[in-house]
Design a protein around this ligand. Structure first.
Ligand code: NAD
Ligand code: DAU
Length: 356
């Protein structure tokens, strides 16, 4: 793996992955980061990286749905490996405006696979989600054999992309690996997702909107543990195989929010407890009740285990948001957006189904 194309590298997980991989002792190649810079893509997430890793890192502002510039880029940079993160990733947005989810997540993946078919690939790694499996009841875990049953336009689009990746392996022999991961949290996460949204709202004394009764369960994983898992799979995973990644860390949403409030009260004390800001709001349509991952295959075959507990990971995450108020501010003002995004005002707020 000499020249790795990372798609969506200016987003939350992609930027953490690039930082991780360029510093990893067992990777000496180059990374070419292709990102469209949607509202979720922030070049500041990789500030200083081009200078620090000069000659090993290139950023290209392009859309994976545009085959011609992408094809040129495969040739110019002699891409031999793809690690595909680029996606529309936020479930609430997919409920309101599903179009871009179908375009980027399904068609974008298709175009990349076509390029991988034309160029000799060492590996095409596809980063996916546990949401493709739908919801669990009060017990059981998702394994790699769990049938797909997506609930939202987001998860349906990711499910379609997973099927395409596996079909290209079976039909054309492209060496692929797929990973389906649970909920990530950590530095650089866009503040529309539960954890950063709650941290930032709490710091500003704004309501903390918990959907429904707050008893939905997610399985949380610190982003660096995800990045290490992806690299482990890329290096040693069996081609054609899928690996589930999870933190064995199930929490009800209300438990997460209360814990955030308590740690914030300790790290950034105010007059009143942050718990007083918790507000129950209308539930998300089609809201999956519970996700929980069995990552036994990844642990047993490839010897991966998460390094962070929720307590240690969440403390690091809160510290990061407290220490990076400039990053937060530039997102709030829209200063981080590309010219085009600013013109079209993609920062518009979502309709209020989820926040009223
Ligand atoms: P994100 O929304 O933070 O980042 C997505 C990135 O993709 C952005 O930089 C965006 O500009 C870029 N992008 C979007 N459309 C593009 C296009 N057409 N062409 C090029 N770039 C484009 O997402 P994230 O949370 O970092 O998630 C990354 C991947 O991991 C996604 O595939 C997601 O489905 C998957 N995943 C996320 C989580 C999670 O908890 N966040 C968990 C499991 C899997
Ligand atoms: O499971 C993996 C998935 O995790 C990824 O594939 C997605 O890209 C990622 O966005 C995430 O999806 P969720 O929908 O689980 O994440 P989100 O942070 O939006 O919500 C987490 C839980 O918190 C969910 O049950 C909905 C709830 N929630 C969310 C928000 C934004 C609230 O109660 N209030 C909120 O304001």
């Amino acid at each position: 793996m000499k020249n790795i194309l990372v798609t969506g590298g200016c987003g939350f997980i992609g930027s953490n992955f690039i930082r991780y991989l360029l510093s990893a002792s067992d990777f000496t190649g180059r990374i070419i980061n292709v990102d469209k810079l949607t509202y979720a893509g922030n070049p500041e997430n990789l500030a200083g990286i081009a200078e620090k890793f000069s000659g090993r890192y290139t950023f290209i502002n392009a859309d994976i749905c545009h085959p011609e510039p992408m094809s040129e880029m495969f040739e110019t940079h002699e891409i031999d490996t793809v690690c595909h993160f680029a996606a529309e990733s936020h479930v609430d947005r997919s409920i309101v405006e599903p179009d871009d989810f179908v375009k980027t997540n399904i068609l974008g993946t298709f175009h990349l696979l076509e390029l991988a078919r034309k160029h000799r690939m060492h590996l095409f790694h596809h980063v996916s989600t546990d949401e493709v499996y739908g919801t669990l009841g009060s017990d059981g875990l998702f394994s790699e054999a769990t049938p797909y049953d997506p609930s939202s336009p987001y998860s349906a689009s990711k499910a379609a992309s997973d099927h395409l990746v596996r079909a290209y392996h079976k039909t054309y022999g492209i060496p692929v690996t797929v990973s389906n991961c649970s909920n990530n949290y950590g530095p650089y996460q866009f503040p529309e997702k539960l954890i950063p949204l709650m941290i930032l709202n709490a710091l500003e004394g704004k309501p903390l909107p918990v959907y429904g009764d707050g008893r939905n369960v997610r399985d949380w994983l610190y982003v660096m543990d995800h990045c290490r898992a992806v690299w482990t799979i890329m290096k040693t995973g069996r081609r054609g195989e899928t690996y589930n990644i999870g933190g064995r860390c199930e929490m009800q949403n209300i438990g997460v929010v209360r814990m955030l409030c308590d740690i914030l009260d300790e790290m950034n004390p105010g007059k009143a407890s942050k718990r007083e800001l918790i507000t129950f709001v209308t539930d998300r349509p089609g809201h999956d009740l519970r996700y929980a991952i069995d990552s036994g295959k990844l642990e047993g075959e490839l010897n991966w285990t998460p390094a962070e507990s929720f307590e240690t990971g969440i403390r690091k995450t809160i510290r990061w948001y407290l220490d990076n108020k400039g990053w937060v501010e530039r997102i709030k003002t829209g200063e981080y957006l590309s010219w085009m995004e600013r013109q079209y005002g993609v920062m518009k707020m979502l309709p209020t189904f989820s926040k009223s």
